[in-house]
Ligand binder design. Sequence first.
Ligand SMILES: [Zn+2]
Length: 190
Amino acid sequence: MNNIEISQIATLPTKYGTFKIQAFKEDDKEHLAIFTENLDEIETPIVRVHSECLTGDAIGSVKCDCGEQLAFAQELIGKEGGMIIYHRQEGRNIGLLNKVNAYALQDKGFDTVEANHQLGFKADERTYEVVEFILKYFGIKELKLLTNNPRKIESLGDIKIVERLPIQITPNPYNEDYLRVKKDQMGHLL
Ligand SMILES: [Zn+2]
């Protein structure tokens, strides 16, 4: 990949333990690798590719399960070692403004897939080239992928996914329909 600017490595203490962070700037998108200090020593690290969700990750939205998935990943990886790639493709890569418009359609009764279609997008617009780039940059050749989304498993090129580890989230009254649509229409394994 061209035009990737890479930061220094910094230490980031969090409530889930102390991580190292490194930023990868791809045009106007700035992604983050969040990893444990022992990453180099782990043959098959646990990796979570987390898609940015500002509403779920930062302001406690319970409309989706992103915030809980991120917390689950940080807690597990903090303990077991590995890496979280914080992938800045907000709203399955339709951006924040379109996501809010999709939410407004959902307020009117459309589900998450229908709302995206109404706005002229596919249900999922994400791409994973930069994820592959970051994994290769760290010399990761095989990993255990923490995900409920089988599409992520197909899309990491020649990096070997040895195992898929599920994230189990308890649905709440606000996201149970959303989780059901992800399972029934988008092939998520729950
Ligand atoms: Zn979300």
